[in-house]
Ligand binder design. Structure first.
Ligand SMILES: N[C@@H](CCC(=O)N[C@@H](CS)C(=O)NCC(=O)O)C(=O)O
Length: 206
């Protein structure tokens, strides 16, 4: 079987979701870091024309986006029946949580990008992010209660973890006011997927 490659950054929340899945589902892959996020060349992004990471490369070519990648990794996993992907449940709280986590992650990317380019973000971005975190803090235990108790992994939990740990790492927001999210992340920190993917800045080896 062709070797799997994940193109991404160890400092990226979306990349961390994909790698968390790969580690927990024991799907082997090679990590190809993208060092220059300012590059305008799709080749650097595993041929993603959107100039976004992560990208999974397999025998069929590149696969764009963390959610698609988690789906493909799950398809390859022994434990696939016990994985709860996005959209796998119709429960309203779970589907809303999935939507809000992904929205919050994109909002954070916009805030980071505006810092890079020296633009002042409008107040709505930060406010929207705070409202999402408050909602998640208030509802996460109910969301988790709707997931199968024998699950190996769920997209909504992994994404929430990657978001909440990323905000202070990138100095975008202090998340300490949200105590239930803090307790949840402390629990997730112990998982093998979390330990193998701690946030850090990739350094090119000379
Ligand atoms: N919908 C994509 C979003 C990926 C995304 O926004 N990735 C960020 C890194 S965390 C990125 O590529 N940022 C570069 C940029 O926006 O210029 C996914 O789910 O993977």
């Amino acid at each position: 079987m062709t070797e799997l490659v994940i193109v991404g950054r160890s400092s990226s929340s979306f990349t961390r979701i994909a790698r968390f899945f790969a580690h927990e589902l024991e799907v082997a892959y090679t990590f190809r870091p993208l060092f220059d996020l300012m590059s305008l060349d799709p080749t650097a992004y595993g041929e993603n024309p959107a100039l976004k990471i992560p990208v999974l490369i397999d025998e069929q070519g590149p696969l764009f986006g963390s959610e698609n990648i988690c789906r493909e990794l799950t398809r390859r996993a022994r434990d696939r029946e016990r994985v709860v992907l996005r959209g796998a449940t119709n429960h309203r709280l779970v589907t809303n949580a999935e939507e809000l986590v992904l929205h919050a992650m994109s909002t954070e990317v916009s805030l980071i990008t505006s810092k890079f380019t020296g633009q002042t973000p409008g107040p709505k971005l930060t406010s929207s992010l705070e409202h999402c975190l408050r909602w998640l803090d208030e509802h996460l235990s109910e969301v988790r209660a709707q997931l199968p108790s024998d699950r190996a992994l769920s997209f909504v939990e992994v994404a929430t973890f990657c978001l909440v740990r990323h905000l202070p790492f990138r100095e975008v927001m202090d998340v300490s006011p949200w105590k239930r999210l803090a307790a949840f992340c402390a629990e997730m920190d112990a998982r093998s997927g979390a330990r193998a993917t701690e946030y850090r800045y990739d350094q090119p080896t000379s």
